[in-house]
Design a protein around this ligand. Structure first.
Ligand code: ATP
Ligand code: MN
Length: 432
């Protein structure tokens, strides 16, 4: 195992002391009398210098043979060195090579096809390292802040018998001779669970065979979903704004360094923490878009382009509420004499667009039954779901948040594939 990590030694305490550190070769520069190695581990990088005069011919040759990403243990004295990347340097006295490595196929300017082919190696980059750490922390904050609000974590199944969202995006599988599907959302199960636990959440992968290829759609993504009994749409919106502000505050407090490493401008995140979020009805959103010259009418869905224009209008996240009923799922509660539904999409600023879809759910048995029929869904499959409106139905609301979508905005990434080590995208074969 390993006792010292690079981040631990980058401080005054170790100056002048002999330390031993394990890691991989990040960069290497060979001069006549010196070899400079930048060593990398999970926590950072440090420059090491080996002087020829201190090594046997064999050792020197081994150091020369070391490849980028070769693995090594280095011992030596730590000292301050302003010219080194982190301001410190180790003067190597001994080393032990674990694997000298082979010519590394990635140098940093590869085409995306090469990166996807070598994804298992690409995830060693410092950028990926920072994103994965941020994601780990983000997941922790998302969970903990829900727990503080009284939500209980539950684990609904991934293999399901019926569609939750559009049937066209279902992945099917053979379940002992019968067709079953990979879940697109755990919502229906969460609804069943609120009658016991009142406030529940789950964090699980969702699967969608999206037809269009975009920068923000994966076929497998991490879906954080909540459902709360007794919540009306407004209760949900108010709580969601406070909740996500708290999550963002924790990101800024604890992960500033990672964000700065990624070159993230913190201002938009700070705006989202400090200012009131925008709330507009779908109808108003259409008017804004029309004024901006977009060809869109009441009844059209808002796609990535429309969402982008809207988010550039405001510097905070936007709740777009009350979409026309036909644009949204059958389970959403109707309002406006059946013209609209009690829903919201939460759009992230800076062009990012939808990160959450939420709504109050239809809690009336007859209305729900009629909608299931109107949506041409097989009523027998939804019998259990309808039962929930028969045995003590209550108003309730919930949402689904795309963890990668949120992370993509927080880190200001160009493409959602950067938010996962092994993204599932149609344009790239599953190699790893
Ligand atoms: P979109 O219109 O962007 O496809 P959606 O309306 O299908 O989203 P919902 O069904 O409301 O989305 O799902 C809830 C959340 O899950 C979305 O707000 C988004 O953050 C996330 N999400 C949905 N589909 C995907 C996907 N294919 N890849 C990544 N995240 C997704
Ligand atoms: Mn979708």
């Amino acid at each position: 195992m390993k006792e010292l990590f690079i981040k631990d030694i980058l401080n005054e305490q170790y100056i002048g002391k002999k330390i031993t550190i394990k890691g991989w070769i990040y960069r290497k520069r060979e001069l006549k009398e010196n070899i400079f190695i930048v060593l990398r581990d999970s926590t950072g990088i440090i420059q090491c210098v080996a002087k020829k005069e201190n090594f046997s011919e064999k050792d020197w040759k081994d150091l020369l043979d070391l490849q980028i990403e070769g693995s090594i243990e280095i011992s030596g004295i730590l000292r301050k060195e302003e010219r080194a990347p982190e301001g410190y340097e180790i003067e190597v006295s001994n080393f032990k090579i674990f694997d000298k490595g082979s010519p590394f196929p990635l140098h940093g300017r590869e085409e995306i096809s090469t990166i996807m082919k070598y994804r298992h190696l690409y995830i060693r980059t410092r950028k990926q390292n920072a994103i994965m750490k941020l994601k780990s922390n983000l997941l922790k904050y998302l969970r903990e802040e829900l727990e503080k609000l009284g939500y209980i974590e539950v684990n609904p199944p991934i293999i399901i018998p019926v569609a939750v969202e559009e049937v066209q995006t279902l992945f099917s599988l053979d379940y002992f001779g019968k067709k079953a599907y990979l879940t697109q959302s755990s919502q229906l199960y969460l609804e069943a669970l609120i009658f016991s636990l009142e406030k529940v959440y789950c964090l699980a992968p969702s699967f969608r065979a999206e037809k269009s290829r975009t920068r923000r759609h994966l076929h497998e993504f991490w879906h954080l979903e909540i459902e709360a009994a007794w919540y009306k749409l407004n209760d949900l919106i108010n709580e969601t704004e406070k909740y996500l502000k708290k999550v963002l505050e924790r990101v800024i407090e604890n992960d500033k360094k990672l964000l700065e490493f990624l070159g993230r401008d913190l201002k938009p995140l700070k705006n989202a923490i400090e200012k009131d979020w925008q709330r507009i009805k779908y109808e108003e959103a259409i008017e804004i878009l029309q004024k901006k010259g977009l060809k869109i009418e009441y009844g059209n869905d808002l796609g990535a382009d429309e969402e982008k224009v809207l988010t550039l209008e405001f510097e905070v996240p936007i709740f777009v509420t009350h979409y026309p009923r036909k644009l949204k799922a059958f389970y959403m509660k109707e309002s406006g004499n059946g013209k609209t539904v009690e829903n919201f999409d939460l759009l992230a600023p800076e062009g990012y667009g939808e990160i959450i879809g939420g709504s109050e759910r239809e809690d009336n048995y007859d209305i729900l039954l009629n909608k299931i029929k109107e949506w041409n869904l097989p009523v027998e499959n939804y019998k259990w779901y309808l039962d929930l409106r028969k045995y003590g139905s209550v108003p309730h609301s919930g949402w689904g948040l795309g963890v990668e979508r949120l992370l993509m905005w927080i880190c200001k990434l160009d493409h959602i594939r950067e938010t996962l080590p092994f993204p599932r995208l149609r344009e790239t074969e599953i190699l790893v």
